[in-house]
Ligand binder design. Structure first.
Ligand code: NOJ
Ligand code: CA
Length: 672
């Protein structure tokens, strides 16, 4: 957010109650390209909104309102005091992201409501129409009759037109680590967001939220068929949101496009967040990283000390050597600290004391010498009370050791018991962590997080997060089917970066050695459901500013295809989605400086995709280094077969990308 290039906010009109005709209760804003519109309407005193795309209804009039524990609901008996419409157009730059430069262009309507009788309470509604979607939020302004309050729910509805195809995961108060379902909307009865739909005329819709900072996470429930209603995640005692006036809710967002790729290109979620609070972002750097990690998930190593302990001083040094020799900037070491024997118990983890066989100071010094960034690891096991006691000292220690990134984890039920990962209690905690980490110049990768809602704009040290059924599930469960990573970019990925951790080369774990089951999900049939080339493609497709190469160094060492990972640059300047269908295939290109990287992948179906290279600089020659599925590659029967080819290309070249079943292709374009 360094340069605000230009801002123009033009107030178009203000209607006072008496300025317009007395019964005028309809208000609409349209997107700058005029394709999208969101309108407000007061119907017998009740607030409603509706959405159109190219004049077709996407959301029928849907009710708005807030429900309280002690006070009456703010949902009816209103009159419009006044309304305002304004245009806004600016562009802003971010320290890192899919696109460093972002256009922020919208029309906004603010409706000021007041109850006509009783306490005459006030509520304001904000509506915005961008070219890539619409959004709205509530404001409870400062007023005499509302002070502190407890909300028991929102009455926010989404009356979706028709019964669109829907890609969704079950709503869950604690986890998003689930496989996506693809059904009609009517069957998707209670879902987490982002939820993505495809309706008539190929209209793609994704409902989510932005700027979730001190509020409960929103799930969507069909209390009435075809109508989603916000269902907020509760506190332990059933309260949903504790607040005081003035307060603004998160934005409720509806991303819209007439093709699936358009959803992925949307910047709506970022644009709806506040500008950066960090002035000097020079310490915030995207990077690739490896880990002492996969061995534990495979069950060949342990997090806790003993004969199979992964985090030994020696092993850490060997990983640092590997990273330094292969252009890998970071290393996460799990199991470096005390407490892993008691994972799950109260007060299990000590976030400042190294394990007995791990010399943290020595390892940190070695990493510094070799120019590799150590990534700290704080598994909390969900014990918030304990972690909050350690946090400050733990970040101070990281800072003193030159560790500028920490992976946090919340694997386990939350202490205090009864609180949920996605409730306001945890939203507050996650936010506290981000702000405190920023003061110690620490970047974050959060596992078992709250979903991404664009907070990275305000706190750019909030780099990446899990909140997805990631690679680890392939190590100890029935795994993720080939379509899974083709669904993520169009669903979970719309919220923000995903720490999926791609990069398995030993897809059948033939080189793993003796594995010990440590997880009840393990049905002894584990493998990664992909070809090798698709693993490379996912580096580009599944955007993460901290991008992990998740396999063991021994599986990368001397492997010709590892060159792509070594060359890949996680610091992206610009991104484009060349094609895609939800759950089926996608092709993404990202520019880093003068180089472009392409990732293309498919689900269970083999296919050939034609792509124009018109994103390359016109007139310039490029060398394309292609990592592709071999002719006979197939995720089920021959996953490891790949080819490396080199080609001279230019911006007028059209490439045919041949993708095997469950396969992919990765290309690096080097300017000559
Ligand atoms: C779950 C995380 O997703 C995983 O990456 C980590 O290794 C374990 N928890 C242990 O912290
Ligand atoms: Ca996890």
């Amino acid at each position: 957010m360094k340069t605000i290039m230009y801002i123009s906010t033009v107030l178009l009109c203000v209607w006072g109650l008496f300025a317009c005709s007395a019964d005028k209760t309809e208000y609409t804003v349209t997107s700058p390209d005029k394709q999208l519109a969101i309108g407000f309407d007061l119907n017998s005193g009740k607030p409603f909104y509706h959405v159109t795309f190219r004049k077709d209804t996407v959301i029928y009039p849907s009710q708005l309102g807030l429900m309280f524990k002690e006070a009456a609901a703010l949902s009816g008996g209103f009159k419009v005091l006044k309304s305002e419409i304004a245009q806004h157009h600016s562009s802003w730059e971010q320290a890192w992201g899919e696109n460093k430069l972002i256009q922020d262009h919208y029309q906004e309507l603010v409706v000021y409501l007041q109850e006509e009788a009783g306490q005459q309470r006030l509520m304001n509604l904000y509506f915005r129409a961008y070219n890539d979607g619409v959004a709205f939020r509530y404001e409870i302004p400062r007023q005499a009759n509302i002070d502190n309050f407890v909300m028991m729910d929102e009455l926010t509805q989404f009356d979706v037109n028709g019964n669109p195809d829907t890609w969704w995961i079950w709503a869950d108060y604690n986890t998003y680590e689930k496989l996506y379902q693809h059904t009609t909307m009517e069957e998707a009865t209670w879902v987490a967001t982002p939820v993505t739909m495809k309706g008539d005329k190929n209209v793609h819709i994704s409902i989510h939220e932005a700027a979730l900072t001190d509020y409960a996470g929103m799930t969507l429930k069909q209390k009435e068929t075809g109508v989603y209603e916000a269902e907020l995640v509760p506190w332990a005692n059933g309260d949903k949101v504790r607040g005081s006036a003035p307060m603004k809710t998160p934005w409720r967002t509806i991303q819209l496009s007439d093709n699936a790729a358009g959803l992925v290109q949307s910047n709506l979620i970022l644009n709806l967040n506040e500008p950066s609070r960090i002035d000097d972002t020079s310490w915030i750097q995207p990077m690739k990283y490896i880990g002492i990690w996969w061995g534990m998930h495979l069950g060949t190593e342990t997090w806790y000390p003993g004969p199979r302990h992964g985090a030994t001083t020696e092993n850490a040094k060997a990983h640092i050597d590997f990273a330094a020799a292969n252009n890998i900037e970071g290393l996460v070491i799990e199991g470096w600290n005390d407490g892993w024997e008691n994972w799950g118990a109260k007060d299990a983890f000590d976030h400042v004391t190294p394990a007995i066989d791990f010399d943290l100071k020595k390892v940190a010094e070695y990493a510094r010498e070799k120019g590799v960034m150590l990534i700290g690891h704080h598994e909390t096991g969900g014990d918030i009370e304990s972690y909050e006691k350690y946090m400050e000292a733990a970040y101070q220690m990281c800072h003193d050791l030159g560790i500028h990134a920490v992976k946090t984890g919340y694997a386990g039920g939350i202490y205090p018991r009864g609180e949920h990962h996605h409730g306001q209690f945890m939203v507050r905690h996650y936010r506290k962590v981000v702000e405190l980490a920023a003061t110690y110049q620490i970047m974050l990768d959060v596992h078992e997080p709250i979903k991404p809602t664009g907070i990275r704009r305000t706190w750019p040290n909030m780099m990446t997060r899990e909140g997805v059924r990631g690679m680890e599930w392939n190590a100890w469960s029935d795994g993720n089917p080939p379509s899974h990573t083709l669904t993520i970019p169009f669903t979970r990925g719309l919220g923000g970066p995903t720490d999926y951790t791609p990069g398995t080369f030993d897809l059948l774990y033939q080189n793993a050695g003796e594995r010990v089951k440590w997880n009840t999900e393990d049905i002894s049939m584990t493998r990664t459901h992909s070809t090798l080339a698709k693993q490379l493609a996912n580096f580009v497709i599944l955007y993460s500013p901290l991008q992990m190469a998740s396999d063991l160094p021994k599986n990368y060492e001397g492997h010709p295809a590892f060159q792509f990972i070594a060359d890949f640059n996680a610091d992206t300047d610009e991104s484009r989605v060349l094609n895609g269908e939800v759950g089926e295939y996608i092709t993404v290109v990202r520019r880093s400086g003068d180089e472009w990287f392409l990732g293309s992948a498919t689900n269970e179906e083999a296919r050939t995709l034609k792509v124009e290279l018109n994103f390359l600089e016109p007139g310039a020659g490029y060398l394309a280094q292609v990592y592709m599925d071999a002719e006979d590659a197939d995720w089920q029967t021959n996953p490891q077969a790949y080819l490396i080819r080199e080609k001279e290309v230019a911006s007028d070249t059209v490439l045919e990308l041949k993708l095997a079943a469950g396969g992919g292709q990765a290309i690096r374009f080097v300017k000559k």
